[in-house]
Design a protein around this ligand. Structure first.
Ligand code: NI
Ligand code: MN
Length: 227
């Protein structure tokens, strides 16, 4: 069993069967959805979907605290390596074997500017993360993405899917239902909604709209769910 803790927005921790602690998209200090601080978070691996602040704001502080290996697109991983942090670069369509499982980056139509301390910035593409855990569970964190036909490639390859439903910056609920039809996961965890007024959604209505296509696990920040 993998243990997933949702921290609100698109941030979660996963403890894998081998004991590896993963954090996806570290966003704590400024995250209105969580009271957690970086000091409270443990990580052996930090996975980053893209460079927007609501996904990387606490990347450097968490990397400093934990010395965790950063798993991300080439641009973000190379930047972290240049700053002396352990990082493993990869890119969309490519996978890498880690002790806890195999991580592949997936297509995610979205932006990806990385704003650095001091006002510098660089762009990188955005990605989703597909993890085939060594114990067999297949987990997909879609990142910030619009609905894309590429999700059809994931059909039969995902047991648990974290999908954005907030609209405006990512898929909204209607497109997220279509994503469920494309992917056919067993379980869907909605994310990237209600963090700010701009992306408020009726998650209950989303669950109803998904209907019997998948089981929708609505997680509140701090909730823990095992799969
Ligand atoms: Ni974004
Ligand atoms: Mn975002």
């Amino acid at each position: 069993m993998a243990k997933l803790t949702f921290h609100g927005h698109a941030t979660c921790s996963i403890e894998a069967d081998d004991g590896s602690k993963l954090v996806i998209d570290p966003y704590f200090s400024d995250n209105p959805a969580t009271k957690l601080a970086v000091e409270d978070v443990e990580a052996d691996f930090i996975l980053v979907t893209h460079g927007h602040a609501d996904h990387v704001a606490d990347l450097i502080p968490l990397a400093e605290k934990t010395n965790a290996t950063v798993i991300s697109t080439f641009e973000i991983a190379a930047y972290m390596e240049s700053k002396g942090f352990p990082a493993s670069p990869q890119h969309i369509g490519g996978g890498v074997q880690f002790p806890f499982g195999y991580v592949k980056l997936t297509n995610s139509p979205h932006g990806g500017i990385v704003q650095l301390p001091g006002g510098e910035a660089f762009t990188s593409v955005s990605a989703g993360v597909l993890i085939n855990f060594a114990s067999g569970q297949r987990f997909y964190h879609a990142g910030d993405t619009g609905l894309t036909m590429d999700m059809q490639l994931l059909k039969g390859k995902v047991d648990v899917a974290m999908l954005p439903i907030g609209d405006r910056f990512t898929m909204g609920p209607e497109d997220a239902v279509r994503a469920v039809e494309f992917i056919e996961p067993e379980v869907v965890i909605p994310m990237h909604y209600d963090t700010w007024p701009l992306i408020v959604q009726d998650v209950g209505a989303f669950k109803a709209a998904v209907g019997d296509r998948a089981r929708v696990e609505i997680m509140m920040p701090g909730d823990v769910w095992e799969f």
